[in-house]
Design a protein around this ligand. Structure first.
Ligand code: AVJ
Ligand code: FE
Length: 419
């Protein structure tokens, strides 16, 4: 019931909101069934009540929220048995069911973000971090993605959401992309090198935010002296793992790191080309490794549902089997990756089935994140999937990797290289 941060809903709101959306889209829209509790609809409409307001609403209590969810799910399973996946756009390929399934797992990640924010008992027993991959040290720092057109987005993936559509051709000049996400160790070097102290690495808005918010390190990091950092991970404090991708950085911090390193964030099109383009066939894959569904050997996804729950990214260089044709690893899973791009419509976009999923967020206020985190379900993860948030946000499971244009000689960034 409690609100752990004004940025997040009370967990019990997410629980009943999941059920309410399922009721709206499946029982009412698809099934034509009468509303079960029309009086509660406005409470769970995300656009009627911003997150900060939600704790003061007369929400269903946990037991009521659970029984509402079970009641809806039982009726939905009955409906599913008698539904034919044809006859309307909402039903084709079971889209409405797919959309609702994706909505639920997205809120599962949201709820895990709340668990990371909250204080109190640890979420999980301590599990040792995964070992670093054997070839991590031999991996090239960056990979080349050759220039040329590729197919971005999709018109055929049956459960793709409106913002991933339609497929269209984008010409992406040659560029280099980090083989792995930026690690905690590399990020600690940015901090130690004065990255947070010099305005020249930051955009104007980023520097203003860094000053105003007093940023000195990623969210959840604490300085323990002598160059050492600890961080809070789901209720436990531990030393940072230098080999793990950095988490909980804002777009402004990611962008500043990239400039300090003499590089830049990749555009969204660059990210997707690196993740999907297969030069051997000239086509775009569903995932970096091909079209096969994700598995535990290919990507760090679905962590909330695994038996061996670590609830954290794997060390940089993991998942060799999930590498893209260009050689980049961990594009899917582990950490959401900030791109330089604003969230906008693809050419030919049309809002469907509701404007409030994507369209109302289009514009320069939101930056796109790609690839999915350890907390993302495979149901809501693919090479075309787009996430977005404000550039100051960092309670999300956000990291990044950097890029540079191949045609241009990399400008020396950090002071050491000028010296
Ligand atoms: C795509 C993660 C930005 O949580 O605001 C959940 C997903 N949309 N319910 C969000 C979503 C409606 C959305 N993000
Ligand atoms: Fe929602």
């Amino acid at each position: 019931m409690r609100q752990h941060s004004p940025l997040m809903s009370p967990l019990v709101w997410d629980l009943a909101h999941i059920a309410n959306q399922e009721e709206l889209w499946l029982l009412r829209n698809v099934g034509g069934i009468e509303p079960m509790h029309p009086e509660i609809d406005p409470l769970y409409d995300a656009f009627e009540h911003p997150r900060a307001e939600r704790p003061s609403l007369p929400l269903l209590a946990p037991a009521q929220a659970r029984s509402y969810g079970h009641e809806v799910r039982g009726r939905v399973l009955d409906l599913l048995e008698s539904t034919r996946f044809s006859g309307s756009r909402l039903l084709t390929d079971g889209f409405a069911f797919g959309m609702v399934a994706q909505h639920e797992v997205q809120h599962d990640e949201t709820m895990l973000i709340t668990h990371q924010l909250r204080t109190g008992a640890p979420v999980l027993p301590a599990a040792p971090p995964a070992p670093a991959p054997a070839d991590a040290l031999r991996l090239p720092a960056e990979v080349l993605v050759p220039g040329g057109p590729f197919t971005m987005g999709t018109s055929t993936d049956p459960w793709a959401l409106d913002n991933e559509r339609p497929a269209h051709t984008v010409d992406v000049p040659s560029f280099y992309l980090d083989t792995t996400p930026v690690t905690c160790g590399a990020y600690a070097a940015f901090i130690a090198g004065g990255g947070y102290d010099e305005a020249r690495w930051w955009t104007e808005a980023g520097w203003a935010h860094r000053q105003h918010a007093g940023l000195v390190a990623p969210l959840y990091w604490s300085y323990s002296g002598a160059g050492q950092w600890t961080r809070r991970v789901f209720g436990r404090t531990e030393p940072i793992e230098p080999a793990e991708p950095v988490l909980h950085v804002s777009w402004y911090e990611a962008d500043a790191y990239a400039r300090w390193a003499g590089r830049r964030l990749p555009t969204e099109a660059e990210w997707e080309k690196a993740a999907r383009f297969d030069p051997a066939t000239g086509t775009s894959r569903r995932y970096p490794w091909g079209d096969a569904d994700p598995s535990a050997a290919l990507a760090n996804l679905d962590q909330p549902n695994l038996d061996q729950q670590r609830l954290r990214p794997a060390p940089a260089g993991s998942y060799a089997a999930g590498a893209a044709p260009c050689g980049a690893r961990q594009l899917i899973g582990d950490v959401w990756e900030w791109t330089s791009s604003d969230f906008g419509p693809y050419p030919g976009f049309s809002a469907w089935p509701y404007r409030e999923y994507s369209e109302v967020f289009f514009g320069p206020e939101c930056k796109v994140l790609r690839g999915g985190s350890f907390a993302v379900s495979h149901v809501a993860c693919r090479g075309t999937f787009r996430n977005w948030d404000y550039p100051i946000r960092r309670q999300i499971f956000s990291g990044f990797r950097t890029a540079r244009s191949a045609a241009v000689t990399a400008a020396a960034g950090r002071p050491a290289e000028h010296a």
